[in-house]
Design a binder for this molecule. Sequence first.
Ligand SMILES: NC(=O)c1ccc[n+]([C@@H]2O[C@H](COP(=O)([O-])OP(=O)(O)OC[C@H]3O[C@@H](n4cnc5c(N)ncnc54)[C@H](OP(=O)(O)O)[C@@H]3O)[C@@H](O)[C@H]2O)c1
Length: 206
Amino acid sequence: MADALGSRWARAGHEVFVGGRNSGRAAALAQRIGAVGFGELGAAAEHGTDAVLLALPHPVAAEAIAALEVPLRGRVLIDCTNPVGPGFALLTADGPSAARRIASAAPAAHVVKAFNLCHEDVWRLTPPVFAGRPLAVPLCGDDEHALSVVRQLVRDLGCEPLNAGNLDRAALLEATAALLIGLWVGEGADAQAIAPPREFAGGGRA
Ligand SMILES: NC(=O)c1ccc[n+]([C@@H]2O[C@H](COP(=O)([O-])OP(=O)(O)OC[C@H]3O[C@@H](n4cnc5c(N)ncnc54)[C@H](OP(=O)(O)O)[C@@H]3O)[C@@H](O)[C@H]2O)c1
């Protein structure tokens, strides 16, 4: 996800900085996507002014973020993680969402849940437009400035941002990912077909 989204944002003119625990892999990614630099996770958390993308596996994300709590104070933190396990199970079903756990680990960061519903290859498309319709990207967050920053990053991909509510509703985006991945990967189904056109959302009698 860091590779796919980072390369698109770098091409859109953003200064992208790569953070990773392994400097060799971080350097290779930085070179591949045209980043301005690379370093440890803490350096990435401190870099720049706009936003930090958290692209770690769910099981390690909250602990990694807790270690970055100080540099993340006041930062816009984009959470694209999916707490989806074997059998397409939602790993957070009995507790707080992944986004809420991340927000608790860095309480002074402004967390926005985004980009979790599509495979990384979708974000590489220039642009992600299907049947003439730009991909809509739902965002959940509590801070209006953070949401406005991420809305622009969505538009920089050629996508349309959608307001999906506050951070509590990120649990729904995570459950939606588990549902979609289960349909796509588990059933081989056309999961996009599950929603009717908007004019039928209220029953079609309008
Ligand atoms: N891939 C997709 O299509 C997709 C789509 C939507 C959402 N997501 C979500 O996005 C997140 C990232 O997915 P991804 O596919 O980009 O994963 P990935 O390619 O496996 O990359 C994960 C990164 O996390 C790092 N990492 C793993 N454990 C770590 C730890 N304990 N401390 C520090 N860094 C650690 C890895 O570093 P090393 O290089 O050092 O191993 C690697 O750079 C996941 O939560 C996933 O559910 C993925």
